[in-house]
Write a protein that binds this ligand. Sequence first.
Ligand SMILES: [Zn+2]
Length: 388
Amino acid sequence: MADALSIARDLIRCPSVTPADAGALDVLENILKGAGFEVHRVTFGEPGTADVDNLFARIGTSAPHITFAGHTDVVPAGDESAWSHGAFSGDVKDGYLYGRGAVDMKGGIACSVAAVLQHLADHGGKPAHDGSGSISFLITGDEEDISVNGTVKLLQWAAARGEKFDHCVLGEPSNVETLGDCIKIGRRGSQSGTLYVDGIQGHVAYPHRAANPVPDISRLIVALSDEPLDHGSAQFQASHLEFTSVDVGNPAGNVIPGQARAKFNIRFNDLHTQATLKELVEQRLAKAAGNRIRARIAWEPSNSNVFVTKPGAFTDLAMAAIEEITGRQPELSTSGGTSDARFISGYCPVIEFGLVGQTMHQIDERTPVVDLEKLTRIYRGILHRYFA
Ligand SMILES: [Zn+2]
């Protein structure tokens, strides 16, 4: 039977840099078909984007339905000559598996596939001995880049087929330093915008005929940066607004510019929705601008809302499985950037637990082989408890 290391090596040897698939989904399709899964390959595209291959595979027809989600695409290798082992070699040296995707997240997918295969073998080829329950895989090739032709559309496609998910494990590299230190149960939302301040362009020698937007935008940046958006919630740290650039696009030293703009990004917690957050920031802007400063915000479209899977029976069984294998009590965390969990959370509770993320996106991305073995046992422990 396929073990996690050999599946991970087969996946790494497919140079599936987004949006290329390079055979990665074929590797999974062959294994899952052999284990009795019904496998669907679906290609999504839209004008101006590259078509992307995705895979959905399911065994069983009844509830409860647990799905393992992930992505087979990877970020580019960077300077390949800088790698001590080829970026797509899948070499094993001194107990480490090397290659792009080793931790983010072909290694995690390989562990979930190996765990499911072993679990099925122990239960007469079914999720549970009595024949009930379902296990599926929701695998996209579009996570690392624009995330448009991947999980969002795959979930819509599955919903249109009548698929219902009860719980999801996303195998992103959630651990910070050691396997077992962290389960991600949520992520902050992300919202970007640009602040515009309109003045009146003019000659620097005749400022009374102009209105300089530079001091005004500075005042507004300070006002919006200084006042906290909140002080954190039970599951989240405080929301934060950060200005990332200020620009007037003015090459001349003797011209007062007519307009100034500043870009910003907000990472926000579950005390806000995108709508209430925008309202709050716009109210503060109006107050800081008063009647004199002409300011407005252009919000960027965002599909990155905040979500959290509240601690409960599902997180408890994951924690028990992790503690059994690693001896650690994982922290339930909501820190870090966005992932496809933000989309999945609209369909069912989702937790993220995978390998250790230290080398993700770096030269010499690698994972200890022993972590692949442990993560496989953890996923088996989750399945065992889930269908017990
Ligand atoms: Zn990833």
